[in-house]
Design a binder for this molecule. Structure first.
Ligand SMILES: [Zn+2]
Length: 306
């Protein structure tokens, strides 16, 4: 598997402007409450040489404690939406507002790093997601993984110029997915870990900018690379015809061999994994993905030295 990062014009870009967003999904409450905390206590985010801003992604959805009101905001950042005039769809208009406020994407006003805080109902621990990979991102995520025993690294390559995801508003993107947490609720342990990881990120960026910054030696890390999403089995009416098999449910990041039980239908019959190579599933049984036709995301596992 080739995961060579694209050549970066700067191997050591300064990271000065950092945008942190929570509540992009209004019922993923760790990020919502953290942004509200930091609005009251901005000193918690202050680091030498950094300019850190915080934004509540979808305030109306946060008030309603719902993922979104009309359309998933974290799928509204493609150029077709950002470049269009007002549509009257709440989240599309909000995406354009956020683009003007945080970006605009592609302009020289983009922040150096955009961090988006999410929760998942899946058993994913603290998953660090990044869509664009360069030397800075490698070193940053290696640092975060070293300081959080439940950290997992998920590389989902996406072209940042056409991405539909909010963190593409930054030159570098990062998403923290903390789970399992029921949507609309709070889990204190995940909240604290997400908060601590955000501070680790800021500490690393402040250190990275210093002229005396010494790169830590490469560490061996597990990396999960996006492969594909798979849907539930469906009946002739398009309705879900099976559940995640109990041997797979909750087993995010565990190897799923070819031919293993994958789903269990409502007559108790097993649906076997049709793949011919092993996969490492994540977002297993994510509640918000039932409407998207995603039962889980399959990744491939590799080991990197970052
Ligand atoms: Zn989310």
């Amino acid at each position: 598997m080739d995961i060579t990062p694209p050549l970066s014009p700067l191997s050591h870009p300064e990271i000065r402007e950092i945008a942190i967003v929570g509540g992009t999904h209004g019922n993923e409450r760790s990020g919502v409450e953290l942004v509200r905390l930091w609005e009251k206590r901005p000193e918690l985010l202050r680091r030498p040489g950094l300019n850190v801003t915080t934004t509540l992604g979808n305030p109306r959805a946060c008030e309603a404690n719902r993922r979104y009101l009309e359309r998933d905001l974290n799928r509204c950042f493609a150029p077709e939406v950002l470049d269009a005039p007002s549509s009257g769809v709440l989240e599309e208009d909000r995406a354009r507002e956020l683009n003007a406020l945080i970006g605009p994407r592609g302009s020289d006003r983009m922040p150096d790093l955009c961090l988006d805080l999410h929760n998942t109902s899946s058993n994913m621990g603290l998953t660090i997601i990044f869509n664009v990979l360069d030397h800075f991102v490698e070193k940053l995520v290696a640092h975060l993984a070293a300081n959080e025993p439940k950290a997992r690294l998920y590389y989902q390559p996406v072209d940042p110029t056409t991405s539909e995801f909010l963190p593409s508003l930054g030159r570098h993107d990062l998403t923290i997915e903390a789970g399992p947490q029921h949507h609309g609720t709070l889990c204190a342990d995940l909240h604290s870990r997400m908060e601590a990881m955000t501070y680790e990120m800021l500490d690393f960026c402040a250190a990275w900018n210093r002229p005396d910054f010494k790169e830590p030696p490469p560490r061996e890390l597990e990396l999960f690379v996006d492969w594909k999403n798979i849907d539930y089995p469906r009946d002739e009416n398009g309705r879900i015809a099976a559940m995640i098999h109990p041997g797979v449910d909750g087993m995010d990041y565990c190897e799923l061999p070819p031919g293993a039980p994958l789903f269990l239908d409502f007559d108790g019959r097993i649906v076997w994994n049709p793949e011919t190579e092993p996969a490492w599933p994540l977002f297993v049984n994510e509640q918000a993905y039932y409407e998207k036709g995603i039962a889980m995301t399959l990744t491939r596992r590799t080991v990197v030295q970052w």
